[in-house]
Design a protein around this ligand. Structure first.
Ligand SMILES: Cc1cc2nc3c(=O)[nH]c(=O)nc-3n(C[C@H](O)[C@H](O)[C@H](O)COP(=O)(O)OP(=O)(O)OC[C@H]3O[C@@H](n4cnc5c(N)ncnc54)[C@H](O)[C@@H]3O)c2cc1C
Length: 384
């Protein structure tokens, strides 16, 4: 497949790269990772100013109305810069779900703020009992006069503290399993009965992960996204988009490991020559580049399918997420090997990539889940 970029797509990549290279303070990031949580609001504002946060939001709601391929270009650059902007996948997932399933009033209420970077979206899906089996969630939405009362706990919620929009899934009837699932859009700052607590992480502290407790939190009927009990297909579609966005970010991360390893292999010397002259180092470099390129092509292909209007591409989304996760983790490992002992020194960035790549392998579905989805679709056990 030909992936030559148009002039507009090339300009978008250059713009994103320029902002990220100029504005991202990697030294500060190092300090922050040692200290605790941080959300880079300045960088976020710069991207918003360039309208990049509204890239995929329809023009009618103040966005750029661009396609998935463009989104992929942006997210790869963000992943490559290792930018502290993990809220983007949730924005993509939540924002695109609103664009696709929302009522006119919901689109008008949420999308312009998302496009301007004023509203950060957190996806509240995972529960303490497990994130893989989402059809078995335990958060309930009790039907009351004028709306619903949500009760339950969500864990691992990126940027919940900063969010102006929660995309929440809950069940109106646990016995109905996935057929009881509903999706809600709510403003956590305007909703009573929500408590947000820290969820301390060993890595990706800049994701500001939190635990979110809903204790009879009232949400009016207009917060329901789509029909009552029809939340599972909405969730499936949102996850498809989330998987695409995480996969693009992971391709960027896989590329970052290459960017770091190549100059090091040329500069670092052993036995009177650069270590890049040893065939065993060259093998790693070849593997790193090939894996990254393979994953990139699968992600671009998925973007093209989505741009062609194919709404559910579950098999391709799972393949993209699986291959990009594997590439990001394997490239971080090979990159570390090239750096030798220095990969464990706090001075060098390469060591950080491994834990981050591994963490992202879990987000938006683990590799086991995607392996299962691909095989089940191929075997005709599940719809693609
Ligand atoms: C950095 C980070 C950010 C995150 N951000 C968010 C967020 O913003 N919002 C949100 O809702 N969640 C978020 N998550 C949670 C993430 O989506 C879950 O961790 C993920 O879905 C897996 O759920 P779990 O951790 O409960 O693992 P479990 O579901 O308990 O799975 C444990 C293990 O069992 C395996 N397993 C489960 N079922 C099967 C099966 N059928 N076959 C084979 N193996 C199986 C899994 O693959 C895994 O290896 C985030 C996670 C991380 C690490």
């Amino acid at each position: 497949m030909d992936f030559h970029f148009s002039e507009e797509q090339t300009m978008l990549r250059e713009l994103a790269r320029e902002i990220l290279e100029k504005e991202l303070d990697l030294e500060r990031l190092k300090e922050v990772e040692a200290e605790g949580d941080w959300f880079d609001r300045e960088l976020w504002a710069k991207l918003a100013e360039a309208n990049l946060l509204g890239l995929a939001v329809p023009e009618a709601q103040g966005g750029m109305g661009m396609g998935f391929l463009e989104l992929c270009v942006l997210l790869q650059e963000i992943g490559r810069a290792v930018a502290p902007l993990p809220a983007l996948p949730a924005l993509v997932c939540g924002g695109l779900a609103i664009a696709r399933f929302g009522s006119d009033a919901q689109k008008q209420r949420w999308l312009p703020g998302i496009a301007k970077g004023e509203v950060i979206c957190s996806a509240c899906l995972t529960e303490p009992g497990g994130g893989t089996d989402l059809g078995n969630l335990k958060t309930v939405a009790r039907v009351v006069d004028g709306g619903y009362e949500l009760t339950g706990t969500k864990v691992f919620i990126s940027h919940a503290e900063h969010a102006g929009l929660f995309f929440v899934v809950a069940s109106i009837d646990l016995a109905r399993k996935h057929k009881g699932v509903c999706a809600f859009l709510l403003d956590p700052k305007q909703t009573r009965g929500i408590t947000i607590r820290d969820f301390p992480m060993r890595t990706l502290k800049r994701d500001n992960l939190a635990e979110v407790h809903f204790e009879g939190a009232f949400v009016p009927t207009e917060c329901l996204l789509g029909e009552e009990g029809a939340g599972f297909p909405i969730l499936g579609s949102a996850l498809d988009m989330g998987r695409f966005s995480v996969a693009a970010r992971q391709v960027g991360q896989a590329q970052r490991a290459i960017d770091l390893a190549l100059p090091y292999a040329n500069e670092r010397r052993a036995f009177d020559q650069p270590i890049g002259h040893f065939q065993l180092t060259q093998q790693k470099i070849t593997d790193m580049i090939s894996r990254c390129q393979q994953a990139r092509h699968v992600v671009y292909q998925l973007g093209r399918m989505k741009d062609a209007g194919i709404e559910r591409c579950s098999m391709e989304s799972s393949m993209a997420k699986l291959l990009a996760s594997k590439a990001a983790v394997a490239n971080a490992l090979d990159g570390m090997q090239i750096f030798g002992g220095y990969s464990c020194s706090a001075e060098y960035e390469i060591g950080r990539l491994l834990m981050e790549a591994k963490a992202m392998e879990f987000g938006e579905g683990t590799s086991e889940l995607h392996t299962k989805i691909i095989a089940e679709i191929a075997l005709g056990l599940r719809k693609g």
